[in-house]
Design a protein around this ligand. Structure first.
Ligand SMILES: [Zn+2]
Length: 205
């Protein structure tokens, strides 16, 4: 029997992109635990269209997604199904990707800081594609939660080593993740240190 599973290593502070065909399954694996993983998907047949947090929230009329939910694009097309989750199950849908200015504006960082927005642009470059505007990612394992129906609160990710989220592509798409380089606040585990993660892709055929 042919092994149809591929492993893609995602180094700490970097992004990787893989092309998925409809029916392919991808596990986003938190290899060492505690790592926030910004996650995007883009239809192959419609440049500019993207997996949309704002549309997917309204599709389910909830702020977060659960196994069994589908995620849709900004044209309301189903792009991924959320199949399984072995993590504590908290995945932010609100925060935009960190970017070079955000490290200066929010944390007073001087000079360039690695960031998820530039990581996604670099991943498009490596695929020979034009980078889009950066959509709000699905921030897997990121425990930014809503308190008192209003206030946002950042907590360290409690995801354990080897825990994962399993997704299925529902259309041919480009799928990208960034192992968030945030090291100025403690969201990446209790020590706030960015670490590498892994994509395990099982091809449908
Ligand atoms: Zn980030």
């Amino acid at each position: 029997m042919t092994d149809l599973t591929e492993t893609h290593h995602v180094p700490a502070r970097e992004a990787r992109m893989v092309a998925l065909a409809a029916g392919d399954i991808v596990d986003v694996v938190n290899t060492h635990g505690g790592q926030v993983v910004d996650t995007w998907a883009f239809p192959q047949d419609a440049p500019g269209e993207y997996m949309s947090m704002e549309h997917s929230r309204i599709l389910h009329y909830r702020m977060t997604f659960r196994p069994g939910d589908v995620l849709c694009t900004d044209a309301w097309r189903t792009i991924l199904t959320f199949m399984e989750d072995t993590s504590p199950g908290v995945h932010d849908t609100l925060c935009p990707a960190c970017c070079a200015p955000s490290y200066e504006i929010f944390y007073g960082h001087e000079g360039y800081h690695d960031n998820c927005a530039d990581n996604l642009r670099a991943a498009f470059d490596r695929m020979g594609r034009n980078p889009p505007r950066i959509p709000t990612p699905w921030n897997l394992f990121m425990e930014t939660v809503i308190r008192d129906n209003d206030t946002l609160e950042d907590n360290p990710s409690r995801t354990g080593p080897g825990q994962y989220v399993r997704l299925r592509a529902e259309m041919d798409c480009l799928f990208a993740v960034s192992a968030c380089p945030q090291d100025l606040i403690v969201i990446n585990g209790t020590d706030g240190v960015p670490r590498d993660v892994e994509l395990r892709v099982t091809r449908a055929a």
